[in-house]
Design a protein around this ligand. Structure first.
Ligand SMILES: C=C(NCc1c(COP(=O)(O)O)cnc(C)c1O)C(=O)O
Length: 377
């Protein structure tokens, strides 16, 4: 089954009992047992729910993995994956990760003894240089949020295997339509499904796909024990979102290509961050591992004052956190999504007060460009 068809026919199709074409929403907490322990495969919805299971089967197929798991948010998914490790273990992460990922590692999981080091993983030598005897995993975002850095998934996965480490990829920005990390050697893929997979700014969710039976057993134990599951209504919404992921990503790509060209040539823009630009430091790696470059762009306008002007003038770009929706969104990472990262750390990374991040939606590209032009004037 090819990629586009998998989005529609992957996972579980409809309902065997009624012939319903759309998977039913099983708004159920518990299931009758014929005798103690004798049931029809479900006993309690934290442990398993038919609607959530259909979503987990779908994302497993789309990400080409062994098993899928659905959580109540991307952060719940990330936290569940980190529960695979023990106090005293160490994880190497991409330096330019989402602010919430940085926060959970440095303000919550560190208190439970899970150590983390943030490095520029776009240079694989940096990863190897920071492997410690207690290192258990490499965690990357590629492209990263918000600077669109690219890490070689195949190279990092081979490095991880050489050192007996798990390879974890947060695939939120690219989605499985453009990039399938497990096929490139990753062990675990994570999504903030709140973003492109839902695609309509109407669901908060997280998804994980693993590549082995052992990881599936371990992660299901954590999902059931810690309970951060996704409900049946949101599971159903996500399945509906995933069905149109392909056509949406194609349209995001087309719009973004035009907007990147506009921004690259605008005198008020000092720098554009986008993996599809030949000038991107890892453009060749992006071309190798991504079938498309995505709908996320960051650009610097040089000052907080200029940012203020842009944010107040835009009409079709909604000032809001999140990304990956049909409507275009605009944000100021330094004060919004990455405010939890210390200022000096943001400065080191390049997340300046002049950096704007946009999630290019499905509006008419000319309307979006005209909107940015008047906002930047
Ligand atoms: C809300 C935003 N990001 C959430 C996010 C998360 C967290 O997902 P939540 O569904 O928001 O919990 C994980 N990984 C990446 C790459 C993310 O971008 C944002 O960047 O606007």
């Amino acid at each position: 089954m090819r990629r586009k068809t998998k989005l529609i026919h992957g996972g579980i199709a409809g309902d065997v009992h009624t012939g319903a074409v759309s998977v039913p929403i099983y708004q159920v907490s518990t299931y009758k047992q014929e005798a103690v322990g004798v049931h029809k495969g479900y006993e309690y919805s934290r442990t398993g729910n038919p609607t959530r299971h259909a979503l987990e089967e779908l994302i497993k197929d789309v990400e080409e993995g062994y098993a899928g798991f659905a959580f109540s948010s991307g952060m719940a998914a990330i936290t569940a994956v980190m529960m695979l490790f023990n106090s005293g273990d160490h994880v190497i992460l991409t330096d330019d990760v989402y602010g919430g990922t940085y926060r959970v590692m440095t303000k919550v999981l560190n208190r439970l003894g899970i150590e983390s080091t943030f490095v520029d993983t776009s240079d694989l030598a940096n990863i190897e240089a920071h492997i410690q005897p207690n290192t258990k995993a490499i965690y990357i975002e590629t492209p990263t949020n918000p600077l669109l850095k690219i890490t070689d998934i195949q190279g990092a996965s081979a490095l991880a295997k050489r050192h007996g480490l798990l390879m974890i990829v947060d695939n939120t920005f690219s989605t499985p339509y453009w990039q399938t990390p497990i096929a490139l050697g990753a062990d675990i893929v994570i999504h903030s499904a709140t973003k492109y997979l839902g695609g309509h700014s109407d669901v908060v969710a997280g998804l994980v796909v693993v590549n082995s039976e052992q990881l599936a057993t371990d992660l299901h134990f954590i999902q059931n024990s810690t309970g951060g599951i996704l409900g049946p209504q949101d599971s159903w919404l996500l399945m509906r979102g995933i069905k149109t992921l392909g056509i949406r990503m194609e349209e995001h790509e087309e719009n973004t290509r035009k907007i990147v060209e506009f921004l690259t040539n605008h005198p008020a823009v000092t720098r554009v961050y986008y993996p599809g630009l030949p000038s991107h430091p890892n453009h060749d790696v992006a071309k190798k591992q991504m079938r498309g470059f995505g709908g996320m762009v960051s650009f610097d306008v040089g000052s907080a004052e200029k940012v203020e002007q842009v944010l107040t003038r835009v009409r079709y770009f909604t000032l809001a956190e999140s990304l990956g929706a049909v409507e275009s969104l605009i944000s100021l990472p330094a004060k919004m999504t990455h405010a939890s990262i210390p200022k000096e750390r943001r400065a080191e990374l390049g997340i300046t007060d002049g950096l704007i991040r946009i999630s290019v939606g499905l509006e008419d590209a000319d309307d979006l460009i005209e909107d940015l032009a008047q906002a930047l004037a």
